[in-house]
Design a binder for this molecule. Structure first.
Ligand code: IPD
Ligand code: CA
Ligand code: CA
Length: 259
């Protein structure tokens, strides 16, 4: 089986478990004041890591619920077992299982699977991005004022510190100059929506490698651009990410300021 097909099989297997959890009552714990984790996040990650270690033994596995230490490795697979846990808990079907394989600082293959809507987004470097069997392409929107833009709010907002200020200040500077904002609640899926042309751009601060490892490749392979807040190539650990169809990127960056 090709490695990308293996990823899809693993995501679908975990998807079965997540779908079961979505339709039933579940144990919810707090990782922070509003940051939740359920038994299904943990069980789905265990299942995914077990399968990956059987089929990709030469890769370091970095899973949201079990990782510790550094996340910069020559060969690694970044796993978010449920991106959009808040939606999962509240019964909102915008969530995904995200698997991103990176080698030497570059994304190589990616799967983001929404098991509730049965939408499987995937990409291989140099081989395009796809939703199930349909090729993906970013939108052709060139006018920022007519652009629909995704974003997210870091959990640290509850502290009303610099992250909260940045979010509020950016909303104030961006909102009048775009069609509207969407805060859909799952960064990995938001990036896939950008790849598909459902939204025209996306920005957020404080995202972790497992949130974006797969989505970055899917956006790039769909013809989009991913950068830091100041326009450089995005790398894990950078404070902010800006992704777009390319056409509205500079105009959006002009409304951003590094934190
Ligand atoms: C979160 C989602 C959300 C984003 C948060 C992420 P989680 O991931 O992607 O959209 O705004 O910053 O942490 O906690 O649901 O896996
Ligand atoms: Ca996440
Ligand atoms: Ca998660």
């Amino acid at each position: 089986m090709k490695p990308i097909e293996r990823f899809k099989t693993i995501a679908r297997e975990a998807g079965k478990l997540v779908r079961e959890g979505y339709h039933t009552s579940k144990t919810v714990r707090h990782k922070g004041v509003v940051d939740l984790v359920t038994e299904y996040d943990v069980r789905a990650e265990e299942l995914i890591l077990k399968r990956l270690s059987e089929h990709f033994p030469e890769y370091v596995l970095v899973g949201e619920e079990s990782h510790y230490g550094t996340y910069d490795h020559q060969r690694a697979i970044y796993v978010d077992p449920i991106d959009g846990t808040t939606n999962f808990v509240h019964g909102i079907p915008h969530l995904g299982i995200s698997l991103g394989l990176w080698e030497a600082g570059r994304p190589v293959q990616a799967v983001v699977y929404n098991p509730i809507l049965d939408e499987l987004f995937w990409a291989e470097a140099g081989n395009g991005a796809w939703l199930n069997d349909a090729p993906l392409h970013v939108s052709m929107q060139t006018d920022l004022q007519q652009s629909l833009i995704g974003t997210g709010f870091p959990y640290a907002k509850v502290n009303q510190g610099s992250e909260y200020r940045w979010v509020i200040d950016r909303l104030a500077s961006v909102l009048p100059h775009i069609r509207d904002i969407r805060r859909l609640g799952a960064a990995a899926i938001d990036l896939c929506y950008l790849a598909q042309g459902r939204i025209d751009a996306f920005y957020e601060i404080d995202l972790q490698p497992w949130d974006v490892a797969a989505g970055i490749l899917i956006v790039q392979e769909a013809g989009g651009r991913v950068s830091t807040l100041s326009g450089e190539l995005y790398a894990f650990g950078d404070k902010g990410i800006v992704a777009s169809n390319g056409c509205v990127h500079e105009a959006l960056l002009n409304l951003m300021r590094p934190i």
